[in-house]
Design a protein around this ligand. Sequence first.
Ligand code: FEO
Length: 169
Amino acid sequence: MLKDKIETALNDQIRIEAQSSQIYLAMASWAETEGLGGTAQFLYKHSDEERMHMLKLVQYVNERGGKALVPQLSQPDRSYESLTNLFQTLLNHEIMVSGEINNLVEVCLNEKDYTTHNFMQWYVAEQIEEEALARTIMDKLNMIGEDKGGLYLFDRDIESISLTVDNTK
Ligand code: FEO
């Protein structure tokens, strides 16, 4: 049985993962309407991954005798100034998520819930990868700057950027 504090913390994390999925879905849709097909595909996939992160938590809470709460979400931004602006927002968001995961891990230790602590290690590892991927993308975009040819190639190649990182799983 989950302690109340742990159940609340896990439900907070469910909301964060669901909101992440919603934000990346909005980013994908914006990219698609801007003619950035590769970026859109990358972000649709990223949105699906966040939904999977949420679902894992929902099922874990219910399996442990808690009640997972499906949250209300807020409206994500509808447009971005540029690709760099979009991916900087994504990186900042992932840094925030990592902080929240760390807080949750701390709650697990304080409450001596070693089962949930163990469960959360998957998220800790996932955040390292997600932040690394977002930083790699930002490095590339900073190198490209405003160069249209470079941005064209970036959009064409972004799916293979994600595959390269995914292969290490
Ligand atoms: Fe599920 Fe990107 O945090």
